[in-house]
Design a protein around this ligand. Structure first.
Ligand SMILES: O=C[C@H](O)COP(=O)(O)O
Length: 253
């Protein structure tokens, strides 16, 4: 385990395919609730659907960060329905999630695809939030460490730094299920992620943030976020309500 005083916690919200214009009031409430005490300790990022991203950026008013949930690897061109990192940046995004397990499953994204998207994020000046995580069958077979290590090796591009990259560990079986690993299980995998980052990036790995995601709720946040090598959370369902998202963030106060 490597520790670094430089790692400022990050609590990120992923609205997935939820949220209409009216829902962005929650983003205004989150920005309003990000008071001096929270701002003194942690960063907040919210990733709504691309359709409301610009509106979210306006409501966030620079107080919290907003981001995209995916991007195309290219900057522009004939790719119907896709959105580039440059477009997200133009709408006010400061970060983008890449390689979420739902993208890997629904859109057959490989580690190489995810790596290209992370590079696209950097090209546009965005932080890449790179997701990794094992399936239930892989966990049962005891393969979680090897699976996650391979995903980190394949999905994180050369050139990653603590400023341009965040890794999110999200065991697939914990996403949206209410099932959570024990803090010791989370610490084990985060330690593996940090070791792989250290093999690749040396001492800089000590400054890189590794988030845990998967059924994080106000009730379990303290235990999960208190685990070794956990530098924040990637929150799905509980990020849809400002009160719940802020309650998770306040775990750090
Ligand atoms: O990106 C977020 C994760 O997939 C976690 O979702 P969840 O908090 O609804 O389990």
């Amino acid at each position: 385990m490597m520790m670094s005083a430089e790692r400022r916690p990050l609590v990120a919200g992923n609205w997935k395919m939820n949220g209409l214009k009216a829902s962005t009031a929650e983003i205004g409430a989150i920005a309003a609730g990000y008071n001096a005490a929270l701002a003194g300790k942690i960063d907040l990022l919210l990733c709504p659907p691309a359709t409301v991203l610009a509106q979210a950026a306006t409501l966030a008013d620079g107080r919290i960060l907003v981001g995209g949930q995916d991007c195309h690897a290219k900057a522009s061109g004939a790719h119907t329905g896709d959105i580039s990192a440059e477009m997200l940046a133009d709408a006010g995004a400061k970060a983008v999630i890449v390689g979420h397990s739902e993208r890997r499953a629904d859109h057959h994204e490989s580690d190489a695809d995810v790596r290209a998207k992370a590079e696209a994020a950097w090209r546009a000046g965005l932080v890449a939030v790179i997701c990794v995580g094992e399936s239930e069958a892989q966990r049962r077979a005891g393969e979680h460490g090897a699976v996650v290590a391979a995903q980190v090796r394949g999905s994180v591009p050369d050139g990653a730094t603590s400023s341009n990259t965040v890794v999110a560990y999200e065991p697939i079986w914990a996403i949206g299920t209410g099932l959570v690993p024990t803090p010791a299980d989370v610490a084990e995998v985060h330690g593996i992620v940090r070791s792989v980052l250290a093999e690749r990036f040396g001492a800089a790995a000590g400054g890189m943030r590794i988030l845990y995601g998967g059924s994080v709720k106000p009730e379990n946040a303290k235990a999960l976020l208190g685990a070794a090598d956990v530098d924040g959370a990637l929150v799905g369902g509980a990020s849809l309500k400002a009160a719940d998202f802020l309650a998770i963030a306040r775990t750090y106060l």
